[in-house]
Write a protein that binds this ligand. Structure first.
Ligand SMILES: *Cc1c(COP(=O)(O)O)cnc(C)c1O
Length: 359
């Protein structure tokens, strides 16, 4: 793979915006270069200065933890920003295409449509494994990005590392491995392969296991040449000061994150066991994430019933290969109890509509 041949010409030619904070980041004391308000902010904390455009402190910490270089990390406004930037760096609208492996995360498709890039599909197998042969068949010379989500949303399972790397080896484009749920999985991250696979981009996020979805911070790991392209194309101040500060503070409480992960996993196993008792549950898909995909006899009715009980789950009934399925996020013990109580009510009071739908 030659990165040079994958990058859009306009991006290669691009002179990136040069922010004041990038041009001068030394130890001056009087900053009159960025049209900021030197007087301060109408808050107790001061936010009058632009934040570090390259999130140096965060990258230093993440580099240590993941045994990579800071130059191999992109920090974005959620991993959704990284997904969009990949399109803008690599995909010529109306010319190139991407390959996704449905059922999978919806943002790949939305980002492709926003960027006017064709979507090709290599469906998972019936038991939600990566169909390596289908992926290889679907890729063509115009395919710039291949998205693999592992553990996969909405199915919950992880794909075989060897399957992913097998594809990465032969594919001449960029393989994007979305590890939003890796912290709940037994599988090891693919971050330690970025040195071996120059076309590999691994995405992670602070939105799930770290419990910081509201901050909007996501990560991309890749070789330094790809990260340079991210930095060239991204908005200069893509991660706010408040978010950068909060991430640094969150690292101080990492043990709490690990405890939460363990608790979510233990709640997940408990919930799965209880769910399997109900006759309207026909299959519980194996999961390595903080949610479980449950096949039911009548997803739409159960979804509506739960809504009436003020419980919202994700109805995946209309998603390919997910007919009858609800995706349920693992909540706190109390939330999960409420869910089970509602399902108990459903089971005892509403037997009739399951029978109807069975025909
Ligand atoms: C939730 C999720 C994300 C997270 O996106 P952010 O923009 O970082 O919040 C990314 N990928 C998948 C598959 C997800 O389910």
């Amino acid at each position: 793979m030659k990165l040079e041949n994958l990058v859009r010409e306009n991006i290669k030619r691009l002179t990136p915006y040069s922010s004041a904070r990038k041009e001068y980041s030394g130890a001056a004391q009087i900053f009159l270069d960025a049209n900021e308000n030197s007087f301060g902010s109408p808050l107790t904390e001061r936010y009058n200065r632009y934040p570090d455009p390259l999130q140096t402190e965060i990258k230093k910490k993440i580099a240590e933890r993941n045994n990579v270089k800071p130059a191999e990390i992109f920090v974005g406004n959620g991993s959704d920003e990284a997904i969009d930037l990949l399109f803008r760096i690599f995909c010529r609208p109306q010319t190139d295409n991407i390959v996704i492996c449905p059922p999978t995360y919806g943002m790949y498709e939305v980002s492709a449509e926003i960027n006017d890039v064709e979507i090709k599909r290599a469906y998972l197998t019936e038991d939600f494994c990566l169909n390596v042969e289908a992926v290889k068949r679907t890729i063509d010379e115009k395919t710039k990005l291949l998205f693999i989500c592992s553990p996969n949303n909405p199915t919950g399972n992880s794909f075989k590392r060897t399957d992913i790397l097998d594809v990465a080896k032969i594919f001449q484009g960029i393989v994007v491995v979305d590890e939003a749920y890796i912290h709940f999985s037994r599988e090891k991250s693919l971050i330690d392969e970025i040195g071996n696979y120059p076309n590999l981009v691994v995405l992670q996020t602070f939105s799930k296991a770290w419990g910081l979805a509201g901050l909007r911070v996501g990560l991309g790991f890749a070789n330094g040449e790809i990260i340079k392209l991210f930095n060239k194309v991204k908005p200069p101040y893509n991660v706010s000061q408040i978010a950068q500060k909060a991430i640094i503070n969150a690292f101080e409480n990492e043990s709490q994150v690990n405890e939460t992960i363990s608790e979510i996993i233990s709640e997940r196993e408990k919930l799965i066991e209880r769910l399997s008792d109900y006759s309207f549950v026909t299959k519980i898909h194996p999961t390595e994430a903080n949610f479980v995909l449950v096949k039911t006899v009548n997803a739409d009715s159960i979804y509506k019933f739960l809504l009436d009980e003020k419980i919202v789950v994700r109805n995946r009934n209309n998603v390919e290969l997910c007919a009858g399925c609800l995706r349920i996020t693992i909540g706190t013990p109390d939330e999960n109890k409420s869910l089970l109580k509602a399902l108990e009510k459903l089971a005892t009071e509403n037997t009739e509509f399951f029978e109807e739908s069975a025909s």
